[in-house]
Design a protein around this ligand. Structure first.
Ligand SMILES: Nc1ncnc2c1ncn2[C@@H]1O[C@H](COP(=O)(O)OP(=O)(O)O)[C@@H](O)[C@H]1O
Ligand SMILES: [Mg+2]
Length: 372
């Protein structure tokens, strides 16, 4: 199971080995990355709450782990993917529960907050946290204590919170899906991790780093990138950021002969600066009669409302997701970006509307399934 599909990833555990190897070798070569690193090291020791923002695959989790490593905090680093918390059990998972608190709660258990006591709790994909839990999270952050589900007595905690998101939280606040008071609590310091395309001097050092790492793992003695391969890497736009680069190098090694990676061994995602949309969407969204797209959409929605169309919310949501997915030729990363939602949220939407045949498939993970 990849960390992305693992709802709750707790460290230290069996997976910590892989991650700590990665975490030790960090590349911050570009001036933009070096500036970020200086900020990380400046804010790490204070224990201050930090919001890490950036696109998927830019290294938000790695930054969070580094903050914890530099903080001097003695407790664990506990990572929770808020997008994967089950609606019904989320509260118990975060805050713990007493025996008998609900059906199936046979014993008393501590939650992730308690597991992170004296350490750091990393709340990944915070934009996906349901509103009902946002209130509870706010209270815990304010009071610095948790009450287990079914219990009365609060437990005092010393937990450093780092939250991460790839969505535009102020826009979510505006749209009413994220509480502004929680946003202000989390946003004491924001670290914006730039996309890989905005730190080009990191590309080749990162490529070399992954080349070393994966050639070692695959038992390939010497591995090199030809100059034209390096050029292709430098010219690419990296919509999937560092994770995409990592996967491209891994897949490149699997298809290369004698460890020599040629440009044709690179499976680069075709998209460039802007997401290329198929014409169907561009015409559908074209403003009419001098109205903006949103004004004409509001007029259409009003018509549908007065016509008493059934299941309107469901159908409009489906249409939006369907159009965006078709427009990006079923590219999940681009569709999520286009809609301004997290990848997890998008996958939930795709599943809900029957647009994801096999939910376990992942387009990046697919690049590992190459014939050797
Ligand atoms: N500065 C860096 N140096 C080396 N590897 C990195 C760096 N930043 C990210 N990575 C690697 O890229 C991958 C994606 O990083 P991750 O922190 O999971 O991104 P995000 O949480 O933003 O999606 C991970 O394998 C991570 O180890
Ligand atoms: Mg992540």
């Amino acid at each position: 199971m990849s960390p992305d599909s693992n709802p709750l990833l707790v460290l230290p555990n069996a997976q910590s080995n892989v991650l700590s190897v990665r975490a030790k070798a960090m590349i911050f070569a570009d001036p933009a990355s070096q500036q970020l690193l200086r900020q990380v090291e400046q804010f790490a020791p204070s224990g201050i709450t930090i919001l890490v923002t950036g696109d998927t695959g830019t290294g938000k989790e790695l930054i969070a782990r580094h903050i914890h490593a530099c903080s001097g905090r003695q407790g664990s680093f506990v990572a929770v993917n808020c997008g994967a918390l089950s609606q019904t059990l989320a509260e118990a998972e975060l805050f713990g529960h007493q025996a008998g608190a609900f059906t199936g709660a046979t014993e008393t258990r501590a939650g992730w907050f308690e597991a992170a006591d004296k350490g750091t709790l990393f709340l990944d994909e915070i934009g996906d946290l349901p509103l009902s839990l946002q209130v509870k999270l706010l209270r815990v952050i304010q009071e610095r204590e948790v009450v287990r589900v079914g219990a009365r007595k609060p437990i005092a905690l010393d937990v450093r919170i780092i939250a991460a998101t790839n969505i535009d939280v102020p826009a979510a606040v505006e749209a009413g899906s994220f509480r502004s008071d929680l946003y202000y609590r989390l946003n004491v310091v924001t670290l914006a991790v730039p996309p890989l395309a905005q730190r080009p001097a990191d590309i080749l050092p990162l490529a070399d780093h992954f080349l070393q790492q994966y050639s070692q793992r695959l038992g390939i003695r010497t591995a090199i990138l030809l100059p034209e391969t390096q050029q292709a890497l430098l010219s690419h736009n990296w919509p999937g950021n560092i994770r995409e680069l990592e996967n491209v190098i891994h897949a490149g090694l699997l298809t290369a002969r004698d460890g020599i990676i040629r440009p044709e061994n690179l499976r680069l995602i075709a998209a460039t600066n802007t997401i290329r949309l198929t014409p169907v969407v561009t015409t559908a969204l074209r403003p009419q009669n001098g109205q903006t797209g949103f004004e004409s959409m509001a007029a259409t929605i009003n018509q549908l409302l007065s016509a008493g169309e059934p299941a309107l919310h469901q159908r409009i949501e489906k249409q939006l997701v369907e159009l965006a997915y078709a427009a990006t030729q079923s590219n999940q990363v681009h569709t999520a970006r286009l809609l301004g939602v997290s990848r997890n949220t998008l996958r939930t939407l795709l599943k809900r509307h029957g647009l994801l045949a096999d939910a376990s498939r992942d387009e990046y993970e697919d690049s590992f399934n190459l014939p050797i």
